[in-house]
Design a binder for this molecule. Structure first.
Ligand SMILES: [Fe+2]
Length: 282
């Protein structure tokens, strides 16, 4: 297929767009790459249907949005390639780690600017992914609340009780200690400014944000519970129904996401590549 002019179709009010008329295995011009980066900034989640991608093709397509980041989460790496993780759910591996709101690796010193996920095997009509815009959530706050939150720091911790930690633990205590030592809890601004769009973001997610620093614990819990309840509001969400051969690319700074846990024990397989370029959130 020859690349024709890109068509960007917004599919949600606050986030989500489908990109038509592009074959990600063909030559993509610099102008089109700029257009795709703009589409990601504007829509936060963009999906490319009907693609036939090898893992190398997925890496190449992901490089449009930023430098690839080798990633060491609880997913296995495909063919020992540190830049491609394989996400498999089946009867032995329920989607517990991914089926709760999170942004990827927010406990890292430099979290990914974004992630690409390519669907290889999908249980028909199930296993959707839902994203929530944390810029839209921020915009909904009162001016008084925005002032209160402005200078607070939130601690992101890999070692919270999220299910992926159990998988690392099962690989051996030494591996767990190594991972924990390499990834200490990290204080970040609760309200972060997006490095590309300048929009403000609620920089917290219930999987990795343990507490707000410097305020009493009940207050921290109450504020976090309120802020994180906003991602449940449908007007801030985009829900993607997967078909095999779709690449989704999302802005990991501006959004949270979760897999819908409705397909266990059916088989679901995706490959995942993360990219940087947003810097450290401080
Ligand atoms: Fe994720």
């Amino acid at each position: 297929m020859k690349n024709s002019r890109l068509e960007i179709e917004a599919v949600g009010a606050r986030l989500g767009a489908v990109i038509h008329n592009v074959d990600l295995t063909a030559e993509i011009s610099d102008g089109e790459k700029d257009e795709l980066r703009r589409a990601l900034d504007d829509h936060q989640v963009i999906v490319f249907p009907e693609q036939d991608l090898t893992p190398d093709d997925q890496k190449e397509a992901t490089r449009i949005f930023g430098p690839l980041l080798p990633s060491d989460t609880f997913f296995d790496h495909l063919d020992d390639d540190p830049e491609v993780e394989i996400v498999i759910n089946d009867e032995n591996t329920p989607p517990t780690g991914t089926a709760q709101w999170h942004a990827d690796l927010t406990w890292a010193a430099e979290p990914p600017g974004g992630t690409s996920l390519y669907s290889r095997v999908i249980p028909k009509g199930k296993g959707d992914t839902v994203w929530a815009s944390m810029t839209a959530a921020y915009d909904s706050l009162s001016d008084k609340m925005k002032v209160y939150l402005e200078d607070l720091k939130v601690v992101h911790s890999w070692d919270m009780g999220f299910p992926g930690r159990q998988i690392i633990f099962q690989r051996g205590g030494e591996h767990y200690i190594e991972h924990k030592t390499a990834n200490p809890p990290i204080a970040q601004p609760l309200i972060r400014t997006h490095p590309r769009t300048g929009r403000k973001i609620i920089n917290a997610n219930p999987t990795f944000a343990s507490h707000i620093a410097g305020i009493p614990q009940p207050e921290s819990q109450g504020i976090l519970d309120f802020l994180l309840s906003l991602s449940a509001r449908p007007e801030f969400q985009y829900r993607h129904k997967w078909r095999e051969g779709t690449l989704a690319v999302w802005d990991n700074s501006a959004t949270q996401h979760m897999a819908v846990d409705d397909f266990f024990p059916e088989y679901r397989e995706l490959t995942r590549v993360t990219f940087g370029g947003h810097g450290a959130p401080y």
